[in-house]
Design a protein around this ligand. Structure first.
Ligand SMILES: Cc1ncc(COP(=O)(O)O)c(C=O)c1O
Length: 434
């Protein structure tokens, strides 16, 4: 067993006294990690005080224009002429650009009325949401820890939390008998876990079905978590809000569960994982955020630990990506352009809703309720989903995803509204001919 570095021990103590729940949730690695002083802090001191020459940073400067700008290659610079060399090529701070973090916090407040007057952290920038989940796994999950997940999920959770971190995954069926969210199953799985530490992951709008919860379901989820926390169990609740904002149905809740969880119980630690990935139509820029439902006293040492973890893997998210997201968010026309994309996706979602549940197809499949996000899922009444997928691809050149024995996921986000009828007609034809 490695000795605990005194800096790590000090952070652990600060965390424990600020929030015993966070202290009790930390993994072994979470307890060991810290941000070494050294180069980063010496550079920070020099940035503030070295008025003559600053030879601390591991970058190169060009003095041909006088002041010393970041050395770069004009062949790439000419592609982004409006951005400064520093905002393109410079290192971003480990936790992300301060202005972007603040802009994302403002965005969260605007989009989530339940956040107003509640305590939550400044978002931390990660290299995409997957990186955010990996950091949470490192910080909080030890081999054998129970993670409660629905049976229908974004598959990467298993790779991150089960395969890499060794979590013991306990599942409940996502849907109940009336095709609503299975709050009873969720509650039962929570109560059956007798551990003192639990990790819960919830995702609405949902991948793969496009389901979003109603206000009543959201409150039942929170009540179930609070009831479990009352037993003395410490619970990390991860809220995957990848598709936040893409709600198309008035009957469902149009904000994150995160707001309802804030301050719900001292044993509950909510963390929101969201990003530019889908919300800002910037999948490959790899900019996402981790926002904790914690106050500054708990966040200060926790940020040090997260800085240590980031420093030890990506060392920080891409500077140009962060600059592009922030500059776009501040640009004139930003809100209108986002609204335009939203309307386009909504038109597809409404078309899919009508077509997928058309009477002519009821003998082939049930369409799971889809109110939001990118997807609809069909549950085949006969035949094998993978066989249908392969035939659809080989014989019709149409690609969709097969999930398990009977489910087919269609990303209508990738279909023009005028092609939606054709795609579902072709799926029906293949199912019929099996
Ligand atoms: C539910 C969900 N969470 C997270 C992600 C991944 O986000 P990122 O590309 O930022 O890692 C996806 C991507 O498909 C997703 O569907």
């Amino acid at each position: 067993m490695q000795d605990l570095n005194p800096l790590a021990a000090d952070l652990n103590e600060q965390i424990r006294s600020a929030s015993s729940a966070v202290g009790g949730l930390l993994s072994k690695l979470g307890k060991r990690i810290y941000l070494p002083k050294g180069i980063l802090s010496q550079t920070a001191e020099a940035n503030a005080e070295a008025h003559q020459f600053n030879a601390t940073r591991a970058i190169a400067l060009d003095f041909s224009e006088g002041m010393g700008d970041l050395m770069h290659l004009p062949v790439s610079r000419k592609l982004v002429p409006e951005l400064t060399p520093e905002s393109v090529y410079g290192y971003a701070s480990v936790l992300g650009q301060q202005a972007l973090r603040e802009a994302w916090r403002t965005h969260l407040l605007q989009e989530n009325p339940s956040l107003s007057e509640k305590t939550f952290s400044l978002p931390i920038v990660t290299s995409g949401m997957t990186h955010g989940f990996s950091l949470l796994a490192e910080l909080f999950v030890d081999s054998g820890d129970v993670l409660i997940l629905a049976d229908q999920i974004w598959g990467n959770y298993r790779l991150i939390f089960q395969t890499k971190a060794g979590a013991n995954i306990q599942t409940y069926p996502f849907f109940n008998a009336t095709s609503g969210f299975n709050t009873h199953g969720f509650h039962r799985t929570l109560t059956e876990a007798t551990d003192e530490k639990l990790i819960v992951l919830l995702n609405f709008p949902h991948n793969p079905t496009g389901y979003a919860v109603t206000h009543t379901e959201a409150q039942q989820i929170v009540d179930a978590i609070v009831a479990q926390a009352e037993t003395g169990c410490r619970i990390l609740v991860m809220i995957d809000d990848a598709y936040a904002g893409l709600w198309y149905d008035e009957t469902v809740m149009h904000e994150s569960l995160f707001g309802l969880l804030l301050g719900c119980h001292p044993n509950v630690v909510p963390v929101k994982i969201d990003g530019a990935t889908k919300e800002e139509y910037a999948w490959g820029l790899r900019v996402a955020f981790l926002t904790f439902g914690l106050d500054a006293t708990a966040m200060q040492p926790l940020e040090q630990k997260i800085s240590g973890l980031i420093r030890a893997n990506t060392s920080g998210a891409s500077q140009i990506s962060q600059t592009l997201i922030l500059t776009a968010m501040q640009a004139p026309g930003y809100a209108e352009q986002k609204q335009h994309n939203y309307e386009t996706l909504k038109a597809r979602a409404l078309k899919v809703k009508a077509v997928a549940s058309d009477e002519q197809y009821t003998k082939y499949w049930d369409a799971y309720p889809s109110h939001a996000g990118y997807f609809v899922c069909l549950n085949l009444k006969s035949g094998n989903a993978e066989t249908v997928r392969q035939r659809l691809l080989a014989e019709h050149g149409i690609g969709i995803i097969a999930l398990g024995e009977t489910a087919l996921r269609v990303a209508y986000s990738c279909l023009d509204v005028s092609d939606i009828e054709t795609v579902f007609a072709e799926i029906a034809r293949v199912v019929e001919r099996r």
